[in-house]
Design a protein around this ligand. Sequence first.
Ligand SMILES: [Zn+2]
Length: 323
Amino acid sequence: VGDLGQKIILYLNFVEKAQWKELGLQALPPGLMVVEEIISSEDEKMLLESVNWAEDIDDQNVQKSLKHRRVKHFGYEFHYENNNVDKDKPLPGGLPDIWDSILEKWLKEGFIKHKPDQLTVNQYEPGHGIPAHIDTHSAFEDEIVSLSLGSEIVMDFKHPDGVTVPVMLPRRSLLVMTGESRYLWTHGITPRKFDTVQASKGHKGGIITSDVGDLTLSKRGIRTSFTFRKVRQTPCNCSYPLVCDSQTKQTSPSLPGSAREASQLEREHVHRVYEEIAGHFSSTRHTPWPRVVDFLKALPSGSLVADVGCGNGKYLGINQDLY
Ligand SMILES: [Zn+2]
């Protein structure tokens, strides 16, 4: 029985032998670094207590209850409609003072090269996630860093060629994304309550290898991330024009002139989008729509049903008398 009291059916599938692609030599995405134990437990406690989630419940601009997590912005407001910031409208107050000495220390020790001017605080409860994305190039400079407090989590990095690298972000660690890992790879957190992590002690931050003998499950806790970015004042001129909004020509939409153009359009704006969001889409859709359930239950026993585009198959078990 699930959290909400509804009955959950667990299906157990197995194969005798799986084709296993050796990924022994996996490396972190270029430009990515995880600095462990960058903050003491005392500072962690103080920083977590410094976030006042209650104060701005009425202020829609500051406290946005995104479907899957709590968010607060400092320095500049981040707009989820266009994934960008209002560069002419910095928020009053800037970053909270509490961060001054910490950022200075990170600069001095070389973990960061630029002083950030925008902070986004996200709180993830177990089961929450964030869809895979690249931070908008034109909105922020190269260096993006994120401090994980309260609990560890696994973040998935994905290269456009399909390679996915799960990266463990331990509690009190700093994730530093620069270069290719910031501009070309997407990053996201799968909404789930457990992560697959390395079983061996001593291994903490960084890549989770696919060594099945050394994996175990870790129950997620409440993780609060503090992501620091520097707002970009000039267009991005990175070396990844294909994913760079500053370098993509803004052409007005036109009707495709040939079947080839049409199918290119479909590949780009339908297939590619679904490929990108499929994992997240599936893991957030398990509640059957009541109308569809009524329809399936109303069919005579022995009826044949084709569920075209059935996603994760959530309607398969609704009526046992259908084929
Ligand atoms: Zn760019």
